[in-house]
Design a protein around this ligand. Structure first.
Ligand SMILES: [Fe+2]
Ligand SMILES: [Fe+2]
Length: 263
């Protein structure tokens, strides 16, 4: 997780806070701050308006833990799942990708390193770049949109902002394709690496890198499954409900609200 002191200032805009820590929306609700009324509001100003001292807010943020892996996501407010997935993106981008890159670099020039895997080493930068791009697209568009939808289902006087396209179309066209590409690429890497492992050609550094790749693949596969099987269906459900309410003049959103229904 990014250290708070590096990004959280009174001047930080509210959407930045929610992009980095989606779970903070629950705290803002407790403070009676309405995040989508003046979108670019600074956190310091929001705190002042809510009568919350900056130090108190910082302390609350310090105590805002990351939701635990394996939580019953489908029955929890969606901000928890978004927060978990966002923190995983940080792990992928800031821990796994650099460590794997360093692992490859350490074997550079050594003929015996990972035996036949030279093509894998060459393919890694393109794979990393496309994964980073994919995560950035999720964080820039999809996650904030879902967070806002969940908020609007609870607070139906707030505009859900359908102007920049729907979650359904975005998830189907853009992300699913990216998701599949990542999974195919990582499986190919692993098949090639496993072959080398099986052939018994790995020395200790190569075996360490192999283990790292295995862990990364397992985490990425589970992350992708959570997005496809839990997040996207929940998001589409929220979107359908909001469309029904705001466009087709359906019923009061508070009536079938998963965010409010008892666990
Ligand atoms: Fe993701
Ligand atoms: Fe994804």
């Amino acid at each position: 997780m990014k250290a708070l002191k590096n990004w959280l200032f009174p001047e930080t805009a509210l959407p930045t806070l929610l992009a980095i820590r989606p779970l903070a929306i629950s705290m803002l609700e407790d403070m009676q701050v309405r995040p989508y009324v003046v979108p670019a509001v600074r956190i310091g100003d929001a705190c002042k308006q809510a009568g919350v001292a900056w130090e108190t807010f910082l302390q609350r943020m310090e105590n805002l833990g990351i939701p635990a892996r394996g939580s019953d996501w489908a029955h929890l407010p969606i901000c928890r799942l978004l927060d978990f997935l966002t923190q995983e993106h940080r792990d992928f981008a800031e821990t796994f990708i650099p460590a794997i890159k360093a692992g490859f670099a350490s074997g550079e020039g050594r003929k015996d390193f990972l035996g036949t895997l030279h093509p894998l080493i060459k393919a890694w930068p393109a794979f990393s770049a496309s994964l980073i791009e994919h995560m950035a697209a999720e964080e820039a568009f999809l996650f904030p949109k879902i967070l806002r939808y969940a908020y609007c289902v609870k607070h139906h006087q707030v505009d859900p902002d359908f102007s920049d396209g729907s979650v359904k179309v975005f998830a189907a066209v853009h992300l699913m394709r990216g998701e599949e590409k990542q999974m195919v690429a990582i499986s190919e890497f692993m098949e090639a690496t496993a072959f080398s492992a099986f052939a018994g050609t790995m020395d200790a550094p190569a075996a360490g890198l192999f283990h790292l790749l295995e862990t990364f693949q397992a985490r990425l596969t589970e992350h992708s499954r959570m997005e496809r099987e839990i997040l996207y269906p929940l998001a589409e459900g929220l979107e359908r409900r909001l469309y029904d309410i705001y466009i087709n003049g359906g019923t009061d959103p508070r009536i079938a609200n998963p965010e409010l229904s008892p666990a």
